[in-house]
Design a protein around this ligand. Structure first.
Ligand SMILES: Nc1ncnc2c1ncn2[C@@H]1O[C@H](COP(=O)(O)OP(=O)(O)O)[C@@H](O)[C@H]1O
Ligand SMILES: N[C@@H](CCOP(=O)(O)O)C(=O)O
Length: 308
């Protein structure tokens, strides 16, 4: 459930008057998602997503995310830019939160992708990386390799409550990953969280890349490595679906030799990143919270696969 902040019909009707989007017809809270409050909003002229940014998205980062979305939309990518109000403003305040009215994109979020869908999604990631060639915005990765050791330390011995020996296992995985992490690969603006649920599709066609709230400047092959872990395994983690992994990489197109050589360690790093962030959430989200906690062990299993 991802409606943390309730927006009354009166407040929303008043908010929409800033825009040239007609009158409010209906608004429904969207259950999917974990980070922000999202509403599906219908007006007399169109359909939109209203997002209120909750504590995990820093207000200072919103200009980077919105500039990136504007840049990609101008290049024809299927991403949802924020709608500008009559004065050209994208980032607003509503109910005490930063908020944006966002273009609605058609399509459905994937759960179990087919090889053809994985190929199309890999190609869409490559399109994005080409399109940011002339994007000048920069944002350090707030969940990048430099943050993994401090996060591991913050989780600490409590990790062993998730699975016996987990702290030691993640510590030695991090030692290996840090020692082998490449520093000289091509860097660009990356999505950094392009899981199947962040890709909207109709059949085998990508109709939307959404949820850019981890986007940052990092190794471009790391973006593909994040996708590889998220797409090419069964959800619980132990079974690698090579036909999906191959289709994703084929869709993305050729990596440099150095990127290919580094790919297993990048994929291990990505698996560790999600094992750690999910572990932190697991340990710090009450079991009766509105949000469904995601299983950290699904990413520990992927980590074992990449480091085997
Ligand atoms: N621009 C959009 N167009 C259509 N649906 C969207 C759009 N943005 C979000 N959604 C829907 O809302 C859900 C949650 O959005 P998401 O950005 O993933 O939330 P969160 O940031 O909280 O994880 C998505 O799974 C999708 O169904
Ligand atoms: N994709 C991450 C969690 C981030 O959540 P999102 O709803 O913002 O994509 C995970 O699965 O751990």
């Amino acid at each position: 459930m991802a409606v943390y902040t309730h927006v009354s019909a009166e407040a929303l009707g008043e908010f929409l008057k800033r825009y040239d989007v007609g009158e409010l017809v209906s608004a429904k809270g969207i259950a999917e998602g974990v980070e922000n409050t999202n509403y599906l909003v219908d007006t007399t002229t169109d359909r939109f997503i209203l997002t209120l940014y909750e504590k995990r998205v820093a207000a200072d980062d919103l200009p980077f995310f919105m500039a990136l979305l504007d840049h990609l939309a101008e290049k024809g990518l299927p991403v949802p830019p924020a709608i500008k109000d009559r004065e050209g403003v994208e980032i607003q305040q509503l109910c005490g939160r930063s908020a944006c009215l966002i273009k609605f994109l058609p399509g459905i979020s994937l759960t179990t992708p087919t090889p053809a869908q994985a190929q199309a999604a890999g190609a869409a990631l490559a399109d994005m990386h080409r399109a940011v060639d002339d994007f000048r915005g920069e944002r350090p990765n707030s969940m990048g390799i430099a943050t993994w050791r401090p996060l591991l330390a913050r989780c600490g011995a409590d990790l062993d409550g998730i699975a016996p020996g987990l702290f030691d296992e993640l510590s030695s995985a991090l030692d290996r990953i840090e020692a082998a992490w490449p520093t000289d690969l091509p860097v660009c603006a990356v999505h950094a969280d392009l899981f199947p649920d962040n890709v909207l599709m109709r059949g085998d066609a990508v109709t939307g890349l959404i949820d850019f709230y981890f986007a940052c400047t990092d190794l471009r092959a790391y973006d593909l490595a994040v996708m590889h872990g998220a797409w090419a395994f069964d959800p619980a983690g132990p079974t690698y679906r090579s036909e999906i992994g191959d289709a994703l990489i084929q869709g993305y197109g050729p990596l440099t030799e150095a990127e290919q050589a580094a790919f297993p360690i990048l994929a291990a790093g990505a698996a560790l990143r999600f094992a750690l962030s999910r572990s932190w959430d697991w340990l710090n989200t009450p079991a009766d919270a509105l949000v469904t906690r995601k299983d950290p062990l699904a990413y520990v299993r992927r980590l074992r696969h990449y480091l085997a």
